[in-house]
Ligand binder design. Structure first.
Ligand SMILES: NC(=O)c1ccc[n+]([C@@H]2O[C@H](COP(=O)([O-])OP(=O)(O)OC[C@H]3O[C@@H](n4cnc5c(N)ncnc54)[C@H](OP(=O)(O)O)[C@@H]3O)[C@@H](O)[C@H]2O)c1
Length: 352
């Protein structure tokens, strides 16, 4: 049996391009004691990958050149050497961009109910994306009725859920996003009360002041840099700033800007970074709450699923250009696994 993989072919020094990756085929690995073999069904495309690829200090070691690209994945266990997990179980973990992955049973993030209506949602709104939005918005941002909540990357996977959770909490929500199409999506699909296309504004701070006339009580920051500078001036005393991501900073670099210390002090801001992966032990509970909101129609989500493993590098490039609409995923195999075909490799080579 063959395992098709997308590996890191060379280390980027800035934003990754498609040719930083290559496709290879190796024998399917065998699980050792305490391990499981997972056939992946979907893998994720995450902005955090930009940092995972660089040879710079980060919360995770750089992906080694020659190794499969690190990613979240959901799949079916085809062989188990762990008493905790059975063959046939659906599991989520760090599978990487490959058809088969061996995982330590202790590294499996979650076993998914077998009757789940959407396997892919467990990499999105019911998985790491929902967990990120929940922890960042509800536990750190803590919006209350009457608050104004400003959300960056508002049309994206995390931002769209974070905004809806703030609405569920009774807050007024304002989204920041990078196109008119995504601005409409924020208003029409994700229920933001107002939305700003930051690319169409010559003075972002003035635009935020216009749409947040009573100031901002929670700024959900996934961008940093100039967008954070623009938001800081509009924050109310006691505002909370969950720091979710820094996609607006150049890879591995910094931008000049005003120093924030006086604003943080004078406005008594609570600025807190967080990583969703620190909260995986609570994912069952949090996913159940998110599922209830989905079932009741109070929460909605959008997925952009590329059709084959070969599409993973181009999906990452698209996402980092801001061209994605919704949670970026790649379908590796049909939800019901079928025998492997050679088509993934062919499509990858055509795409280069
Ligand atoms: N802390 C955690 O544990 C955790 C977990 C998951 C994700 N995150 C962070 O959450 C954020 C959103 O991730 P996601 O998975 O939901 O992705 P996403 O929002 O679906 O896609 C990324 C979006 O970022 C925006 N973007 C890209 N380049 C940008 C730039 N240079 N400046 C400003 N915005 C840019 C684009 O939206 P616009 O066109 O609207 O700007 C793009 O669509 C990222 O910062 C990510 O690192 C953090």
């Amino acid at each position: 049996m063959i395992n098709s993989r997308v590996i890191l072919a060379r280390r980027p020094t800035s934003l990754p391009v498609q040719s930083d990756f290559a496709f290879d085929s190796v024998p399917v690995p065998s699980p050792g004691p305490g391990q499981v073999l997972v056939r992946t069904l979907y893998v994720s495309i995450d902005p955090g990958m930009r940092g995972w690829l660089l040879d710079k200090p980060n919360y995770a070691a750089p992906v080694p050149v020659g190794a499969p690209m690190r990613s979240f994945g959901v799949g079916v266990v085809t062989e188990s050497r762990s008493p905790a997990i059975a063959t046939g179980d659906l599991v989520v973990g760090m599978t990487g961009w490959q058809e088969f992955a061996v995982l330590d049973a202790t590294d499996v993030h979650r076993r998914i109910p077998p009757d789940t209506s959407s396997v892919s949602a467990h990499l999105g709104v019911l998985g790491i994306t929902g967990l990120t939005a929940y922890v960042g918005m509800l536990e750190i941002g803590s919006p209350t009725p009457g608050d104004t909540v400003l959300v960056s990357t508002a049309a994206g996977a995390v931002g769209s859920v974070a905004g809806q959770l703030a609405s569920i909490s009774g807050a007024r929500t304002v989204g920041l996003t990078g196109s008119e199409e995504k601005r409409r999506l924020c208003l029409d699909q994700f229920g933001f009360d107002a939305a700003i296309n930051y690319r169409a504004e010559s003075d972002l701070a003035a635009a935020i002041a216009r749409e947040c006339p009573t100031g901002v009580d929670v700024y959900f920051d996934s961008v940093g840099g100039l967008m954070l500078d623009a938001a800081l001036g509009q924050l109310n005393v006691g505002a909370r700033v969950p720091v979710c991501g820094t996609i607006g900073l150049p890879p591995g670099g910094a931008v000049d800007g005003p120093r924030p210390e006086r604003t943080i002090l004078v406005k008594r801001l609570r600025v807190q970074g967080f990583l969703a992966t620190d909260h995986l032990a609570r994912l069952d509970h949090i996913a159940a709450r998110l599922a209830d909101w989905l079932d009741s129609g109070r929460l909605t989500h959008l997925e952009e699923i590329s059709p084959s493993l070969a599409d993973a590098p181009s999906a990452l490039v698209r996402q980092l250009a801001g061209d994605n609409l919704g949670r970026c995923l790649v379908r590796v195999a049909p939800d019901q696994p079928l025998p492997r075909t050679a088509s993934a490799r062919n499509r990858f080579e055509e795409a280069l």
